[in-house]
Ligand binder design. Structure first.
Ligand SMILES: Nc1ncnc2c1ncn2[C@@H]1O[C@H](COP(=O)(O)OP(=O)(O)OP(=O)(O)O)[C@@H](O)[C@H]1O
Ligand SMILES: [Mg+2]
Length: 491
């Protein structure tokens, strides 16, 4: 592995174990968050992250600028004048030491002398960040430097990253769904099973291109009544009085206790059977039965599907949820998570499938903060977040509003892609920035589309870095429609 790329700077006095200062070579550029390496000697490099840069100019002290202005002797700012340079401040992260021709990552123990050369990090980033080789990892993009293209590929280790769950956040239109598309391509490449709850129908074309399957709730995808929790069930039956919901709930729980599958008609019969326990009037019971019977009209409830055979071969399954109403979407997602957990609890199935990725767009609809509005799906998804790792059920949550998601969920996800986000949403993300410096966090609202902060832990992404998502190979279905034609656009 070559340790050298082009030299971009030279250190100056004042470097310490934690801070490095260097003067940038004329014509070079750096940006906050960029990783660079400082050569201590041929076998030792100190790795640093750029924090800030400032222009220093001996000739542009306030009094001189003022005098030149008065005398109309203004200097051209693009002139390379002696005494005018860019001074960069960087924080040290780790040290790379060559031992018997192998590079080892260690804590910083070398002091950098003034005059040491500074280089872009290049390929050594893979070693520093703990990335696996591209063909065995999820290649989702390149390290973003803001200046150089073709920098180090960013590859995530599926065995470490996926079971610990992934969070993708950012303001609308910043590139979250696009990034999920890249992830879907990579999962498909590695033969990892993936199911997407497609709220906007953005992956219909990509699913076809990946040789996957599109399932339409109420058509070729239904959920079993027994897969619902009693709260999810009650949400699907409008207009129940308090007593009627008590009766329906009891009937439902009795059927669940008995085990096995049951139909809406079984539920109606059971309501009749348990009603005397509540000493309810006849018309109350009749109404409860009539309303419960309306479940026959809820198109997503039915015989269920056989996930075991659907997932027999590695595949991408896109669930087209465009036409579901909110309560159906909630019930479907919760039941889906429950059915997958149930499937993966069986050790032989688990060994065969080797895990399933479940991605959910608009995750704030399903996992609101505790004590705020109620979402029936929150409890089972919380269970997947906490225990899914043991069963190989991996969640990828996408949201534009982390403020509207349970804080504990945000913290439990271990790998995060944070796109440009409104300053008022930053607070909700506190605790997930890993070792990203304040300068980079402050700059998050200004990140360009398709660039995000990638953070993780020692097992996943060792240091917070800026990442440019790679180009999609499949079609992105979330194009923003143009309200007016631009000049030159085809009519
Ligand atoms: N990495 C990228 N490279 C090129 N184009 C991109 C990239 N990311 C996003 N885009 C473009 O930006 C637009 C919006 O991206 P995307 O649909 O991913 O936004 P989003 O963050 O999911 O927004 P929303 O929250 O509204 O769903 C798309 O039209 C897409 O083509
Ligand atoms: Mg989107």
């Amino acid at each position: 592995m070559s340790a050298y790329t082009s030299r971009i700077g030279t250190t100056v006095e004042g470097c310490s174990f934690s801070r490095i200062y260097f003067v940038l070579e004329p014509g070079e550029k750096v940006s906050p968050g960029e990783l660079v390496k400082v050569e201590v000697n041929r076998d030792i490099y100190v790795i640093c992250r750029v924090l800030e840069a400032k222009v220093v100019s001996e000739y542009d002290k306030p009094s001189r600028v003022y005098t030149r202005r008065i005398l109309r002797l203004e200097a051209n700012p693009s002139d390379v004048a002696p005494g005018r340079f860019v001074l960069v401040e960087a924080e040290t992260i780790e040290e790379l030491r060559r031992e018997e021709n192998d590079w080892k990552v260690t804590n910083v123990s070398s002091l950098v002398a003034a005059g040491s050369p500074v280089y872009r990090l290049g390929d050594l980033a893979k070693l520093l960040l703990g990335f696996p080789p591209e063909d065995r990892g999820l290649h989702i993009g390149e390290l973003w430097t803001g200046t150089t293209s073709g920098s180090c590929p960013v590859t995530l280790d599926p065995n470490e990253v996926l079971p610990r769950h992934v969070l993708i956040v950012g303001t609308t239109g910043t590139g979250k769904s696009y990034a999920l598309g890249v992830l879907a391509e990579e999962l498909s490449k590695l033969g990892i099973r993936h199911i997407h709850v497609d709220v906007h129908g953005e992956f219909l074309t990509a699913a076809k291109e990946l040789g996957g399957k599109i399932m339409v709730p109420g058509d070729d995808l239904t959920i079993r009544l027994s897969s619902l929790s009693e709260l999810e069930l009650i949400e699907l039956i409008p207009g129940l009085t308090e007593l009627q919901s008590e009766i329906v709930r009891r009937a439902f729980l009795e059927l669940k206790k008995a085990g096995g599958d049951f139909t809406v008609d079984d539920l109606v019969d059971e309501i009749e059977r348990v009603a005397p326990l509540f000493r309810a009037r006849n018309d109350t019971v009749l109404n409860a039965k009539a309303r419960a019977a309306l479940l026959n009209r809820v198109r997503i409830i039915g015989r269920g599907v056989d996930w075991k055979s659907l997932l027999d071969k590695p595949t991408f399954i896109d669930i087209d949820c465009r036409y579901l109403i909110h309560s159906e979407l909630q019930a479907l997602t919760a039941a889906l998570a429950r059915e997958l957990l149930e499937l993966l609890r069986d050790e032989s199935v688990r060994k065969r499938l080797r895990g399933v990725v479940l991605s959910i767009d608009e995750a704030h609809l399903f996992l609101p903060p505790r004590g705020r509005e109620f979402a029936p799906s929150a409890s089972v998804l919380g269970e997947v977040i906490r225990f899914g790792r043991h069963y190989g059920l991996c969640l990828v949550l996408i949201t534009q509003s982390p403020m509207d998601i349970d804080r504990r969920v945000i913290r439990t996800t271990n790998t995060r892609l944070i796109f440009a986000i409104e300053p008022d949403q930053l607070e909700a993300l506190r605790g997930v920035f890993a070792d990203a410096p304040a300068e980079v966090i402050r700059n998050l609202p200004k990140l360009e589309r398709g660039v995000c902060l990638l953070t993780g832990s020692r097992e996943t992404v060792r240091h917070a870095v800026l990442l440019r998502i790679r180009r999609r190979k499949t079609t992105h279905g979330g194009e923003t429609p143009k309200l007016i034609e631009n000049k030159g656009d085809e009519m």
